[in-house]
Design a protein around this ligand. Structure first.
Ligand code: SF4
Length: 350
């Protein structure tokens, strides 16, 4: 089986590969251009590469690295969820979100996830393996290609799909460096957001490395008792340690941090919890996103009412915490982290 992952290699590594194949180093730049500027999905289209090199590539590197198994489009066209298959048969989800002013891809960082957040289908299905840097970049390339075919341009990347990116740190950073390389896709760091359930050492490392990207934290509750029920990782890294790491991130990067708060009817949406959240975040350079829970077939929980979400927002705004209510997108295409793959697994089980 071909083992080289072109989309996991930066330009320097591609040059090295060309030298190993007795090719001139400039071939690496040409190949890089085909991959990241022309976004081609087929070696035969790389017409300025000699036939011998194309044959060598075809024999050594699967391209594209991920195969599309299934896509589901929201009825209003605002989002597309794709199930992609890796070379070893594992499947992951990638979601394209179209907005009037930007087009975002939400990529996965692992197959499954070990963290078991109760609001998440991926978390309920368990961990299988880390994704490679090449597999993460391949998701971005898939979205860039799909959007270009529609006459659109990919503008933003979020690591918010299946998996916890800070538990796959090296591969995620390698992928981000490739995505940001001006010689390739040239995605600006400000257009990239990494979302974590609160892996404190990873947040600290990200602060230290200061890649310039944005950080989002899944909050979902303002106290340890409730948060640990929703995000079991909170038992290992309680809220005080997460907030301390966020302070460190802000002071080292000067970047505002986003807190994601998925609102569940009768669970975490009371006015008392809104006041507690305001106290927790008061004075922090942050922004809060309130998101109604995506209903799933396997849970009796429902998203909060519009009224409850508006009331919660009002308390945070009163405390001068910028707070946005995020519109749920693509619910009818089984929106929400990990649910498409979960459905396929369920279908397989039937
Ligand atoms: S929400 Fe994210 S971190 Fe939590 S279980 Fe799901 S994929 Fe893992």
């Amino acid at each position: 089986m071909s083992s080289l992952e072109l989309s996991g290699m930066d330009l320097g590594q591609l040059r090295q590969q060309m030298l190993e194949w007795q090719q001139p180093a400039y071939r690496a730049g040409q190949l890089y251009g085909w991959i990241y500027k022309s976004l081609v999905a087929d070696y035969s289209a790389m017409h300025n590469l000699p036939a011998g090199l194309r044959a060598q590539l075809a024999a050594s590197a699967s391209w594209p690295l991920l195969q599309v198994v299934e896509t589901l489009d929201a009825a209003d066209g605002s989002s597309t969820k794709a199930l992609l298959r890796a070379a070893d048969g594992q499947t992951i989800e990638t979601v394209i979100l179209r907005y009037p002013e930007r087009n975002t891809v939400c990529i996965s960082s692992q197959v499954g996830c070990a963290l078991g957040c109760v609001l998440c289908a991926t978390g309920q299905a368990g961990f299988i393996r880390d994704l490679s840097a090449g597999e993460m970049v391949a998701q971005v390339l898939y979205a860039a290609r799909a959007l270009r075919q529609e006459g659109r341009q990919l503008t933003n990347v979020v690591l918010m799909g299946m998996g916890e990116p800070l538990l796959n740190y090296e591969a995620a950073c390698q992928a981000l460096n490739i995505i940001m390389d001006p010689a390739g896709l040239g995605m600006g760091a400000r257009r990239i957001t990494l979302s974590t359930a609160g892996v404190v050492p990873g947040i600290r490392r990200l602060a230290e490395d200061n890649l310039g990207i944005k950080l989002a934290i899944s909050l979902h509750a303002p106290n340890d008792t409730l948060r640990a029920q929703l995000i079991p990782l909170n038992r290992k890294y309680p809220l005080a340690s997460v907030i301390a790491a966020v302070h460190e991130f802000i002071s080292k990067t000067s970047r505002r941090v986003t807190f994601e708060y998925v609102m569940v009817d009768g669970i975490n949406d009371s006015p008392a919890l809104a006041y507690e959240t305001a106290e927790l975040l008061r004075g922090l350079f942050c922004h809060v996103n309130l998101i109604g829970l995506y209903p799933t077939e396997r849970s009796a929980w429902r998203g909060s009412s519009d009224e409850a979400i508006l009331d919660f927002q009002a308390v945070l705004l009163e405390a001068r915490i910028p707070t946005t209510i995020r519109v749920r997108r693509g619910e009818e295409i089984t929106g929400g982290c990990g649910q498409l793959r979960f459905r396929e697994l369920s279908d397989d089980d039937d």
